[in-house]
Design a protein around this ligand. Structure first.
Ligand SMILES: *Cc1c(COP(=O)(O)O)cnc(C)c1O
Length: 369
């Protein structure tokens, strides 16, 4: 480019060694994403059609019911709140703030009242929500949430973020259970989280991600969720969604960024498999032991070694093996929930090659081979 932006507008030069900071503009967008953005900026589409089809494409590659691109995570929050309040009712969509409609209370654990650049109250209020804080900043239990539920409750929102108070806070699983029990939509703000599947799999109705954080896309956001909720969310395009619309270039840029993000995870799967192959090979030499690579049940980018022990041959149960693994000088924690069935799993994402060798040696030691 012939113009030097820093000089022409006299803006300060920045080296970003801080990570994904919104105040610095989020991410450096990769060149494939840029070419999608250029394509998008240079051509015309029926934007509604483009949003529908990119949403369907992303749903397909993520293997989820539905998803929808929005202009930012903040706008995703506002629009999801508006969706919970107005559902498919056109008059409510167009009269979002009409106080005659009392069913607009949004429950949030008190420790989740954060400021990520703006107060979380702002997008919730913009969506028409009336905030009801559950529990205390350092303690929120199921009863604290249930105590607030009444006929005017429209939704529960959960903020999954390092900004939140981390202690004494309700687990997301329990929170989603409350939603199911009272038939209330559960909205999860997972703006900066990396796992695009986890909260959806847990049963949240809508999970919101920022396009510029983990996904390294252009300014944008994505809502992943249940089909009915997402279908209603789309209707907000003729309501509050219109004041926070996203451009065609960023719709296409984010779609490409998500595709790249998922493939990067696939790459990490290949790496994990490579590291586990030798480990499994060594274990499979042991009589009564069978080790195979197993993909994460929830479809996340994780491969684990699943080791089956035939107790008749090994003379020690898998449960006892896990106890022995935890008891030594170095305590080895494995994934044990299938131990009573004779299987344990090794998740190597946070295990170095040296540590993997220690695990192998320890198992051999326990089996006296
Ligand atoms: C960054 C962030 C947001 C806002 O994301 P934008 O895409 O910048 O609107 C919302 N919630 C949390 C927890 C965040 O970290």
């Amino acid at each position: 480019m012939s113009d030097n932006i820093y000089e022409k507008f006299n803006v300060k030069k920045v080296i970003n060694a801080s990570g994904k900071m919104t105040i610095l503009g989020g991410s450096r967008v990769n060149s494939d994403v840029l070419s999608y953005m250029k394509e998008g900026a240079s051509n015309f589409y029926e934007v509604k059609d483009l949003l529908d089809k990119t949403g369907e494409y992303i749903s397909r590659i993520l293997n989820v019911e539905a998803s929808y691109i929005v202009s930012s995570a903040s706008s995703g929050i506002a629009q999801c709140i508006a969706t919970a309040i107005s559902k498919e009712d056109y008059s409510l969509i167009m009269n979002l703030y009409n106080e005659d409609n009392k069913k607009r209370e949004i429950i949030i654990p008190k420790g989740h009242i954060i400021n990520y650049g703006t107060a979380i109250d702002i997008p919730i209020s913009m969506g028409g929500g009336k905030i009801k804080e559950a529990g205390y900043s350092n303690k929120c239990e199921v009863v604290d949430v249930e105590a607030l539920i009444n006929d005017n409750t429209a939704a529960l929102i959960y903020i999954k973020s390092h900004h939140c108070v981390q202690k004494g806070i309700l687990e997301i699983e329990d929170y989603i259970e409350i939603g199911k029990k009272y038939n209330l939509p559960v909205i999860v703000d997972a703006a900066a989280e990396e796992d695009l599947i986890k909260y959806y799999d847990l049963g949240a109705d809508a999970v919101i991600y920022s396009g510029t954080k983990a996904l390294e896309g252009p300014t944008s956001g994505i809502v992943i969720g249940k089909r009915e909720f997402i279908n209603n969310l789309k209707l907000q395009g003729s309501g509050i969604g219109r004041v926070m619309k996203i451009g065609k270039e960023n719709i296409l840029g984010l779609t490409k960024a998500i595709e790249i993000y998922i493939n990067k995870n696939k790459q990490s799967i290949i790496e994990q498999e490579g590291r586990l192959n030798n480990f499994n090979l060594e274990l499979n030499k042991i009589n009564g032991v069978q080790a195979i690579n197993k993909r994460d049940e929830a479809g996340r980018a994780i491969i684990r070694s699943e080791i089956s022990f035939d107790e008749n041959i090994t003379k020690i149960s898998a449960v006892d093996i896990t106890k022995r693994l935890k008891s030594g000088e170095i305590k080895i924690y494995t994934r044990d929930y299938k131990a009573s069935l004779g299987k344990i799993e090794i998740d190597i994402r946070d295990v170095s090659d040296d540590e993997l060798n220690i695990i192998l040696t320890k198992i051999k030691d326990i089996l006296k081979v």
